[in-house]
Design a protein around this ligand. Structure first.
Ligand code: ATP
Ligand code: MG
Length: 312
C-alpha cells in the first residue's frame, strides 16, 4: 500500500519552444509532456524512492497513456486512476513571455479529469497512508473532484496521516472569495501549507506575505512554507521563522517547481528531517526541476539529488 497519495488532474502540457510566441498565433509546439500539479508532485515522490499512488481520471487516449506510462515508469501506483472512453485527457497549452510570466489555455473542466468523484477514493486505499497531498487546482476542476479531495482529507486525518496543501488555485478564474471557500476545509485540516506569496495573501486577506504566513500559522497550521521561486523559500512554524536560499541553477522551465518542491518536502519529513532540513532538501528538488524543459523532466532520483547536493 502506498505511503504517499495525491489526487486530481492528470494532463499533458504542450508548449511553445521559445519565449514571446503567444498562443493566438501560428507556430510550433513541443510536447506532449506529462503534467498536472498533483501528478508532478507524486512523480517527484516516486523518483525519490517512496511508495506512492495516485487517484484520478484520464481518457483512454494517447495523452492519457503518455501520463500513465510516465507515472508507472517512475514507480507511482496508478491502479486507482480510472480510464474513461467518453472524455479525453486534459491538456494545457503554455507560452512563456520574456518577462518570466506565462500564458495558458486549459482543456480541463471538460476533460476526463473533471470526472474524479468521491467514489474514486476507496477507504482501503488510504489505510496505510502517511501523507496526502492536495492541490488547489484539483479542488477547482469540478464539484465532484473537490468533494473527492475533501473525502480523502477526512479519511487521511482519521487514520493519523499528514495532509500537505498547495493552494495553487487561479483567483482570476474564480474570484478570491470562491477560492477561499474552496480551500477552507483543507486549510482547516492541513499540516503543511505550501503557498506562493500571492496565494498566502489571498488566503489570509493580508497584503504583506510575511504577515499572511504568520497569521496562517497562528490559525493552527503547523508548517507554512512560502515559496519564492529563484529567491528561495521561508519556513514558518510557531517556533521558527527561517529563510532557505535557492540553489543557483540555470532555469530552463519554471513550470512545476512548486510541485517538485512539495514532493521533496513531504519525502524529507517522512524521512524524519527537521522542517529546515526538509526545506533545504525540497529546494534542491525544486532547483533540479527547473533545469529541463517539461514539468517532470528534471525531477531527480535520490542518487541524482545526492550528487547535486554534493556538488554544491
Ligand atoms: P509552480 O506553480 O510553477 O509549480 P511555484 O510558484 O509553486 O511554482 P516556485 O516558488 O516557483 O513555486 O518554486 C518552488 C521552489 O523551487 C522555490 O522556493 C525554490 O526553492 C525552487 N526554485 C524555483 N525556481 C528556481 C530557480 N529558478 N532556481 C533555483 N531554485 C528554484
Ligand atoms: Mg505553484
Amino acid at each position: 500500500m502506498p505511503q504517499v497519495l495525491s489526487m486530481g488532474e492528470l494532463l499533458v502540457e504542450v508548449m511553445r519552444p521559445g519565449v514571446d510566441e503567444p498562443l493566438d498565433r501560428q507556430g510550433t509546439f513541443v510536447g506532449p509532456f506529462p503534467s498536472g500539479a498533483p501528478a508532478i508532485f507524486i512523480d517527484a515522490v516516486a523518483r525519490l524512492g517512496v511508495s506512492c499512488g495516485f487517484v484520478g481520471v484520464v481518457g483512454d487516449d494517447p495523452f492519457g497513456r503518455c501520463v500513465l506510462n510516465r507515472l508507472t515508469r517512475d514507480g507511482v501506483d496508478v491502479r486507482h486512476v480510472r480510464l474513461v472512453s467518453h472524455r479525453t485527457t486534459g491538456i494545457a497549452f503554455v507560452a512563456y513571455r520574456s518577462d518570466g510570466s506565462r500564458q495558458f489555455v486549459f482543456h480541463l473542466p471538460q476533460s476526463a479529469a473533471a470526472l474524479l468523484s468521491p467514489d474514486d477514493v476507496r477507504k482501503e486505499y488510504l489505510e496505510g497512508v502517511r501523507a496526502l497531498h492536495i492541490t488547489g487546482s484539483a479542488l477547482a476542476i469540478s464539484d465532484s473532484a473537490r468533494e473527492a479531495c475533501y473525502r480523502a482529507v477526512r479519511l487521511c486525518k482519521q487514520r493519523g496521516g499528514m495532509v500537505s496543501f498547495d493552494p495553487n488555485v487561479r483567483p482570476e478564474l474564480l474570484g478570491v472569495e470562491a477560492v477561499q471557500a474552496l480551500c477552507e476545509p483543507v486549510l482547516a485540516s492541513c499540516d503543511v501549507l505550501l503557498p506562493s506569496g500571492a496565494e498566502a495573501t489571498m488566503l489570509s486577506g493580508d497584503t504583506d506575505e510575511e504577515t499572511a504566513c504568520q497569521k496562517l500559522v497562528a490559525s493552527g497550521i503547523p508548517i507554512v512554507v512560502l515559496k519564492r521561486g529563484a529567491q528561495g523559500c521561508s519556513v514558518f512554524t510557531d517556533q521558527l521563522r527561517a529563510e532557505v536560499p535557492a540553489y543557483p541553477v540555470n532555469e530552463v522551465d519554471p513550470t512545476g517547481a512548486g510541485d517538485a518542491f512539495a514532493g521533496g518536502f513531504v519525502v524529507a519529513l517522512l524521512r524524519g528531517m527537521s522542517v529546515q532540513e526538509a526545506a533545504r532538501f525540497a529546494s534542491a528538488v525544486g532547483a533540479m526541476a527547473v533545469t529541463r524543459q517539461g514539468p517532470m523532466e528534471g525531477l531527480p532520483t535520490l542518487s541524482q539529488l545526492e550528487s547535486f547536493l554534493c556538488s554544491r
